[in-house]
Design a protein around this ligand. Structure first.
Ligand code: UDP
Ligand code: MG
Length: 318
Protein backbone atom coordinates (compact mmCIF):
# COMPACT_ATOMS: atom_id res chain seq x y z
CA UNK A 1 0.00 0.00 0.00
CA UNK A 2 1.15 3.51 -0.71
CA UNK A 3 1.75 5.92 2.12
CA UNK A 4 -0.92 8.23 3.45
CA UNK A 5 -1.49 11.20 1.16
CA UNK A 6 -0.95 14.79 2.28
CA UNK A 7 -3.08 16.26 -0.49
CA UNK A 8 -6.42 14.93 -1.67
CA UNK A 9 -7.92 16.36 -4.83
CA UNK A 10 -11.61 15.59 -5.10
CA UNK A 11 -13.27 15.96 -8.48
CA UNK A 12 -16.88 15.06 -9.36
CA UNK A 13 -17.23 14.26 -13.03
CA UNK A 14 -20.38 14.11 -15.09
CA UNK A 15 -19.78 13.54 -18.81
CA UNK A 16 -16.26 14.89 -18.71
CA UNK A 17 -14.41 12.42 -20.96
CA UNK A 18 -12.71 15.26 -22.81
CA UNK A 19 -11.59 17.15 -19.72
CA UNK A 20 -10.22 14.34 -17.57
CA UNK A 21 -6.88 13.78 -19.38
CA UNK A 22 -6.09 17.49 -19.26
CA UNK A 23 -7.05 17.90 -15.65
CA UNK A 24 -5.00 14.84 -14.70
CA UNK A 25 -1.96 16.21 -16.50
CA UNK A 26 -2.17 19.53 -14.73
CA UNK A 27 -2.80 18.05 -11.30
CA UNK A 28 0.06 15.65 -11.77
CA UNK A 29 2.52 18.37 -12.67
CA UNK A 30 1.32 20.38 -9.67
CA UNK A 31 1.72 17.36 -7.39
CA UNK A 32 5.21 16.68 -8.71
CA UNK A 33 6.13 20.23 -7.85
CA UNK A 34 4.62 19.95 -4.36
CA UNK A 35 6.63 16.77 -3.87
CA UNK A 36 4.35 15.17 -1.24
CA UNK A 37 2.10 12.15 -1.31
CA UNK A 38 -1.15 12.85 -3.03
CA UNK A 39 -4.36 11.29 -4.28
CA UNK A 40 -6.73 12.37 -6.99
CA UNK A 41 -10.24 11.08 -6.35
CA UNK A 42 -12.69 11.15 -9.23
CA UNK A 43 -16.37 10.54 -8.67
CA UNK A 44 -18.16 9.41 -11.79
CA UNK A 45 -21.68 10.75 -11.25
CA UNK A 46 -23.53 8.45 -13.63
CA UNK A 47 -21.97 9.80 -16.81
CA UNK A 48 -23.47 8.69 -20.10
CA UNK A 49 -20.29 9.18 -22.14
CA UNK A 50 -17.02 7.25 -21.78
CA UNK A 51 -15.98 8.94 -18.52
CA UNK A 52 -16.07 5.55 -16.77
CA UNK A 53 -13.57 3.96 -19.20
CA UNK A 54 -11.30 6.98 -19.24
CA UNK A 55 -11.13 6.90 -15.44
CA UNK A 56 -10.67 3.15 -15.39
CA UNK A 57 -7.63 3.40 -17.64
CA UNK A 58 -6.21 6.27 -15.66
CA UNK A 59 -6.50 4.30 -12.41
CA UNK A 60 -4.53 1.44 -13.94
CA UNK A 61 -1.80 3.78 -15.12
CA UNK A 62 -1.37 5.80 -11.94
CA UNK A 63 -2.00 4.49 -8.44
CA UNK A 64 -2.44 8.03 -7.13
CA UNK A 65 -5.67 8.23 -9.07
CA UNK A 66 -8.72 6.78 -7.32
CA UNK A 67 -12.16 6.46 -8.69
CA UNK A 68 -15.63 6.15 -7.20
CA UNK A 69 -18.41 5.15 -9.54
CA UNK A 70 -21.95 6.11 -8.56
CA UNK A 71 -24.77 3.90 -9.78
CA UNK A 72 -26.54 6.80 -11.50
CA UNK A 73 -26.50 10.57 -11.65
CA UNK A 74 -27.00 11.84 -8.11
CA UNK A 75 -26.01 15.43 -8.71
CA UNK A 76 -22.91 17.48 -8.05
CA UNK A 77 -23.33 17.95 -4.29
CA UNK A 78 -23.99 14.26 -3.67
CA UNK A 79 -21.02 13.25 -5.83
CA UNK A 80 -18.79 15.68 -4.00
CA UNK A 81 -20.01 14.32 -0.65
CA UNK A 82 -19.07 10.81 -1.74
CA UNK A 83 -15.58 11.95 -2.67
CA UNK A 84 -15.09 13.86 0.57
CA UNK A 85 -16.09 10.79 2.56
CA UNK A 86 -13.18 8.84 1.09
CA UNK A 87 -10.53 11.56 1.04
CA UNK A 88 -7.70 10.78 3.44
CA UNK A 89 -5.26 13.69 2.99
CA UNK A 90 -4.37 16.45 5.45
CA UNK A 91 -5.54 19.10 3.01
CA UNK A 92 -8.52 18.31 0.85
CA UNK A 93 -9.07 20.31 -2.31
CA UNK A 94 -12.42 20.05 -4.08
CA UNK A 95 -12.69 21.30 -7.62
CA UNK A 96 -14.61 20.97 -10.88
CA UNK A 97 -13.53 18.71 -13.66
CA UNK A 98 -13.89 21.22 -16.49
CA UNK A 99 -10.66 23.18 -15.83
CA UNK A 100 -12.68 26.20 -14.76
CA UNK A 101 -10.89 25.76 -11.47
CA UNK A 102 -7.27 26.08 -12.59
CA UNK A 103 -4.96 23.74 -10.67
CA UNK A 104 -2.36 26.51 -10.59
CA UNK A 105 -4.48 28.43 -8.05
CA UNK A 106 -4.13 25.51 -5.68
CA UNK A 107 -0.50 26.36 -4.89
CA UNK A 108 -1.58 29.66 -3.40
CA UNK A 109 -4.35 27.93 -1.50
CA UNK A 110 -1.82 25.55 -0.02
CA UNK A 111 0.36 28.46 1.06
CA UNK A 112 -2.59 29.89 2.96
CA UNK A 113 -3.17 26.53 4.55
CA UNK A 114 0.44 26.58 5.73
CA UNK A 115 -0.39 29.91 7.36
CA UNK A 116 -2.79 27.89 9.52
CA UNK A 117 -6.11 28.71 7.91
CA UNK A 118 -8.51 25.80 8.14
CA UNK A 119 -10.53 26.74 5.06
CA UNK A 120 -9.22 28.43 1.92
CA UNK A 121 -11.79 29.53 -0.64
CA UNK A 122 -10.93 30.32 -4.22
CA UNK A 123 -12.91 33.44 -5.08
CA UNK A 124 -13.59 34.44 -8.66
CA UNK A 125 -13.01 38.07 -9.50
CA UNK A 126 -14.44 38.21 -13.01
CA UNK A 127 -18.14 38.23 -13.76
CA UNK A 128 -19.95 35.14 -14.83
CA UNK A 129 -20.16 34.94 -18.58
CA UNK A 130 -23.39 32.99 -18.29
CA UNK A 131 -26.68 34.25 -19.46
CA UNK A 132 -28.23 37.26 -17.80
CA UNK A 133 -30.74 35.24 -15.79
CA UNK A 134 -27.99 33.18 -14.13
CA UNK A 135 -25.97 36.32 -13.48
CA UNK A 136 -28.77 38.39 -11.98
CA UNK A 137 -30.11 35.36 -10.19
CA UNK A 138 -26.85 34.68 -8.42
CA UNK A 139 -26.45 38.35 -7.45
CA UNK A 140 -29.87 38.68 -5.86
CA UNK A 141 -29.70 35.24 -4.41
CA UNK A 142 -26.60 35.92 -2.35
CA UNK A 143 -27.95 39.24 -1.14
CA UNK A 144 -31.13 37.50 -0.07
CA UNK A 145 -29.25 34.62 1.53
CA UNK A 146 -27.04 37.03 3.47
CA UNK A 147 -30.09 38.72 4.96
CA UNK A 148 -31.96 35.58 5.78
CA UNK A 149 -29.32 33.34 7.28
CA UNK A 150 -27.30 33.87 10.41
CA UNK A 151 -24.09 32.41 9.04
CA UNK A 152 -21.93 34.25 6.60
CA UNK A 153 -21.70 32.33 3.34
CA UNK A 154 -18.96 34.03 1.30
CA UNK A 155 -19.89 35.54 -2.06
CA UNK A 156 -18.41 34.55 -5.42
CA UNK A 157 -17.11 31.24 -4.22
CA UNK A 158 -18.23 27.90 -5.55
CA UNK A 159 -17.04 24.49 -4.55
CA UNK A 160 -13.40 25.19 -5.39
CA UNK A 161 -11.80 25.20 -1.96
CA UNK A 162 -9.31 23.65 0.38
CA UNK A 163 -10.34 22.35 3.78
CA UNK A 164 -8.15 20.67 6.33
CA UNK A 165 -8.98 17.32 7.86
CA UNK A 166 -10.64 18.81 10.96
CA UNK A 167 -13.16 20.66 8.84
CA UNK A 168 -13.60 17.61 6.64
CA UNK A 169 -14.40 15.44 9.65
CA UNK A 170 -17.15 17.89 10.63
CA UNK A 171 -18.64 17.92 7.12
CA UNK A 172 -18.55 14.15 6.95
CA UNK A 173 -20.26 13.91 10.33
CA UNK A 174 -23.28 15.90 9.15
CA UNK A 175 -25.95 13.39 8.22
CA UNK A 176 -28.27 15.81 6.44
CA UNK A 177 -29.56 14.68 3.10
CA UNK A 178 -30.05 17.83 1.12
CA UNK A 179 -26.51 19.09 1.01
CA UNK A 180 -25.36 22.60 0.32
CA UNK A 181 -21.70 21.99 1.00
CA UNK A 182 -20.40 25.56 0.74
CA UNK A 183 -22.94 26.51 3.40
CA UNK A 184 -21.98 23.59 5.61
CA UNK A 185 -18.31 24.53 5.36
CA UNK A 186 -19.06 28.13 6.30
CA UNK A 187 -21.30 26.93 9.12
CA UNK A 188 -18.41 25.14 10.86
CA UNK A 189 -16.94 28.57 11.57
CA UNK A 190 -13.28 27.59 11.29
CA UNK A 191 -10.77 30.26 10.28
CA UNK A 192 -10.78 30.96 6.57
CA UNK A 193 -8.94 32.86 3.88
CA UNK A 194 -9.51 33.69 0.21
CA UNK A 195 -7.42 33.32 -2.90
CA UNK A 196 -8.65 35.43 -5.83
CA UNK A 197 -8.57 34.15 -9.37
CA UNK A 198 -10.08 34.77 -12.77
CA UNK A 199 -12.44 31.99 -13.66
CA UNK A 200 -11.98 30.89 -17.27
CA UNK A 201 -14.81 29.60 -19.43
CA UNK A 202 -15.50 25.95 -19.86
CA UNK A 203 -13.60 24.71 -22.89
CA UNK A 204 -14.93 21.18 -23.40
CA UNK A 205 -18.31 19.60 -22.85
CA UNK A 206 -21.18 21.63 -21.56
CA UNK A 207 -22.34 22.87 -18.20
CA UNK A 208 -24.62 20.38 -16.55
CA UNK A 209 -25.94 23.06 -14.28
CA UNK A 210 -29.14 23.99 -16.00
CA UNK A 211 -31.20 26.79 -14.58
CA UNK A 212 -33.42 24.22 -12.89
CA UNK A 213 -30.54 22.48 -11.12
CA UNK A 214 -29.11 25.82 -10.07
CA UNK A 215 -32.47 26.89 -8.67
CA UNK A 216 -32.72 23.63 -6.73
CA UNK A 217 -29.25 24.19 -5.27
CA UNK A 218 -30.26 27.73 -4.36
CA UNK A 219 -33.36 26.50 -2.56
CA UNK A 220 -31.24 24.07 -0.57
CA UNK A 221 -29.00 26.93 0.47
CA UNK A 222 -31.96 28.98 1.55
CA UNK A 223 -34.00 26.40 3.37
CA UNK A 224 -31.11 24.48 4.92
CA UNK A 225 -29.74 27.52 6.62
CA UNK A 226 -32.76 29.58 7.49
CA UNK A 227 -36.20 29.10 8.96
CA UNK A 228 -37.10 32.72 8.30
CA UNK A 229 -39.24 31.97 5.22
CA UNK A 230 -41.49 30.09 7.62
CA UNK A 231 -42.07 33.33 9.48
CA UNK A 232 -43.77 34.90 6.46
CA UNK A 233 -47.06 33.76 7.95
CA UNK A 234 -46.54 36.05 10.90
CA UNK A 235 -46.11 39.11 8.72
CA UNK A 236 -49.10 38.27 6.52
CA UNK A 237 -51.20 37.66 9.63
CA UNK A 238 -50.33 40.98 11.20
CA UNK A 239 -51.04 42.90 8.00
CA UNK A 240 -54.35 41.15 7.47
CA UNK A 241 -55.56 41.62 11.04
CA UNK A 242 -54.57 45.28 11.24
CA UNK A 243 -56.15 46.18 7.92
CA UNK A 244 -59.29 44.26 8.90
CA UNK A 245 -59.59 46.17 12.16
CA UNK A 246 -58.96 49.52 10.49
CA UNK A 247 -61.68 48.86 7.92
CA UNK A 248 -64.06 47.77 10.65
CA UNK A 249 -63.36 50.91 12.64
CA UNK A 250 -63.94 53.03 9.57
CA UNK A 251 -67.27 51.43 8.80
CA UNK A 252 -68.51 51.66 12.38
CA UNK A 253 -67.58 55.31 12.71
CA UNK A 254 -69.16 56.03 9.33
CA UNK A 255 -72.41 54.46 10.49
CA UNK A 256 -72.39 56.34 13.79
CA UNK A 257 -71.32 59.73 12.46
CA UNK A 258 -73.08 59.93 9.10
CA UNK A 259 -75.72 57.24 9.44
CA UNK A 260 -74.41 55.51 6.33
CA UNK A 261 -75.79 52.09 5.44
CA UNK A 262 -73.46 49.13 4.66
CA UNK A 263 -74.58 45.94 3.01
CA UNK A 264 -74.06 42.76 4.96
CA UNK A 265 -71.36 41.55 2.56
CA UNK A 266 -69.23 44.58 3.37
CA UNK A 267 -69.25 43.64 7.05
CA UNK A 268 -68.47 40.08 6.13
CA UNK A 269 -65.47 41.09 4.04
CA UNK A 270 -64.03 43.08 6.90
CA UNK A 271 -64.51 40.22 9.33
CA UNK A 272 -63.01 37.85 6.79
CA UNK A 273 -59.86 39.93 6.74
CA UNK A 274 -59.48 39.59 10.47
CA UNK A 275 -60.11 35.85 10.44
CA UNK A 276 -57.71 35.34 7.59
CA UNK A 277 -55.12 37.14 9.65
CA UNK A 278 -55.61 34.65 12.47
CA UNK A 279 -55.31 31.81 10.00
CA UNK A 280 -52.00 33.17 8.78
CA UNK A 281 -50.84 33.44 12.37
CA UNK A 282 -51.80 29.84 12.96
CA UNK A 283 -49.79 28.81 9.90
CA UNK A 284 -46.84 30.69 11.26
CA UNK A 285 -47.06 28.87 14.57
CA UNK A 286 -47.18 25.54 12.74
CA UNK A 287 -44.24 26.77 10.69
CA UNK A 288 -42.21 27.46 13.82
CA UNK A 289 -42.79 23.91 15.02
CA UNK A 290 -41.84 22.51 11.63
CA UNK A 291 -38.68 24.62 11.78
CA UNK A 292 -37.82 23.05 15.13
CA UNK A 293 -38.51 19.55 13.86
CA UNK A 294 -36.29 20.31 10.88
CA UNK A 295 -33.50 21.42 13.14
CA UNK A 296 -33.73 18.26 15.22
CA UNK A 297 -33.98 15.91 12.28
CA UNK A 298 -30.99 17.47 10.55
CA UNK A 299 -28.98 16.58 13.61
CA UNK A 300 -26.04 18.91 13.14
CA UNK A 301 -23.57 19.05 16.03
CA UNK A 302 -24.64 21.53 18.74
CA UNK A 303 -21.23 23.18 18.70
CA UNK A 304 -17.73 22.61 17.44
CA UNK A 305 -14.81 22.92 19.83
CA UNK A 306 -11.69 24.49 18.45
CA UNK A 307 -9.39 24.18 21.42
CA UNK A 308 -9.49 22.86 25.00
CA UNK A 309 -6.93 23.49 27.72
CA UNK A 310 -5.98 21.74 30.96
CA UNK A 311 -8.32 18.83 30.55
CA UNK A 312 -6.95 15.32 30.86
CA UNK A 313 -7.15 14.90 27.17
CA UNK A 314 -6.41 18.16 25.45
CA UNK A 315 -7.51 18.54 21.94
CA UNK A 316 -5.87 21.25 20.02
CA UNK A 317 -6.83 21.83 16.46
CA UNK A 318 -3.52 22.97 15.08
N1 UDP B 1 -21.26 17.52 -11.99
C1 UDP B 1 -21.61 16.31 -11.38
N2 UDP B 1 -22.92 15.91 -11.44
C2 UDP B 1 -23.90 16.64 -12.06
C3 UDP B 1 -23.52 17.89 -12.62
C4 UDP B 1 -22.21 18.28 -12.57
O1 UDP B 1 -20.78 15.62 -10.82
O2 UDP B 1 -25.06 16.22 -12.08
C5 UDP B 1 -19.85 17.96 -11.93
C6 UDP B 1 -19.24 18.36 -13.27
O3 UDP B 1 -18.65 17.25 -13.93
C7 UDP B 1 -18.20 19.38 -12.87
C8 UDP B 1 -18.84 20.04 -11.66
O4 UDP B 1 -19.82 19.14 -11.17
O5 UDP B 1 -17.00 18.79 -12.47
C9 UDP B 1 -19.46 21.39 -11.97
O6 UDP B 1 -20.41 21.26 -13.00
P1 UDP B 1 -20.58 22.33 -14.16
O7 UDP B 1 -19.26 22.67 -14.78
O8 UDP B 1 -21.63 21.78 -15.07
O9 UDP B 1 -21.15 23.58 -13.36
P2 UDP B 1 -20.87 25.15 -13.62
O10 UDP B 1 -19.38 25.32 -13.73
O11 UDP B 1 -21.56 25.46 -14.90
O12 UDP B 1 -21.47 25.81 -12.43
MG1 MG C 1 -18.12 24.35 -14.85
Amino acid sequence: MSEKPIYSFVVPAYNEEKNIPNLYKRIKSLATKLNKNWELIFINDGSTDSTFFVLNDLCKKDKNVKFINLSRNFGHQAALSAGLKYASGDAIISMDCDLQDPPEVIEEMINKWHENFHIVYARRTNFRKDNLIKKLGSKFYYRFLGKFTKIDIPRNVGDFRLVDKEVLAQINSMPEHSRYIRGMVAWTGFSHAFVDYKRPDRTQGKSAYTFGKLAALGMDGMFNFSVIPLRLGFLMGVISIISGFLLLLYQISDVILTGAYYHLYKWLIVILFIFMGFLFMLMWIIGEYIGKIYDEVRDRPLYIINEKKNFDEDINVK
